[in-house]
Design a protein. Structure first.
Length: 171
């Protein structure tokens, strides 16, 4: 009897944890993603992509795997050239320090939630003592799945998005 009660409480606890994780807002999902992304390797490889898989939509993850194959083929044919994502993962601007030796900070704001779609902005900016005060803003598109919110695309504030770059025809 005591064992059954313990098992019941364990199941309730696990269900609560899963439910709480699934109920995260798009903003908290993006914040958790960037906390992880900024503290881990930026090398564009399977290991780094798999480490971020829980935050990526199934479609975006498949596009990354396809890109890894494309890059492997490209490197075989052009061993002296840098592949398209040769500078690393495309989730944040290059990690360059300003003249005062400071890194960019990131601030996440939620833009909207409509049904199973949402958007948040990630603003990357140097702190005030740095001369380069122009922030870089990415718009993060999210979709809601059975396990919670996941990143589906990133608009870089240019004429392109992450999915467009991954789906490009030419190499």
């Amino acid at each position: 009897m005591k064992r059954s009660i313990t098992l019941l409480f364990a199941l309730i606890f696990v269900a609560g944890v899963i439910s709480a994780t699934a109920q995260r807002s798009p903003r908290t999902t993006v914040e958790a993603f960037y906390r992880f992304d900024r503290s881990h390797s930026q090398v564009f490889n399977r290991r780094s992509i798999d480490a971020r898989k829980r935050w990526l939509s199934a479609e975006l993850y498949k596009l990354f795997l396809y890109e890894l194959r494309r890059e492997a083929d490209f490197v075989k044919k052009h061993p002296d050239e840098k592949p398209f994502f040769g500078d690393g993962l495309p989730f944040q601007p290059m990690q360059e320090k300003c003249e005062q030796g400071r890194d960019r900070t990131v601030v996440i704001k939620q833009d909207f939630v409509r049904g199973t779609r949402a958007a948040a902005t990630a603003t990357f900016a140097y702190p005030k003592p740095c001369r380069d005060a122009d922030p870089i803003v990415y718009t993060i598109g999210l979709t809601k799945t059975h396990s919670g919110w996941v990143i589906d695309d990133i608009n870089y504030g240019e004429d392109t998005s992450l999915k467009q770059r991954l789906q490009r025809k030419e190499y």
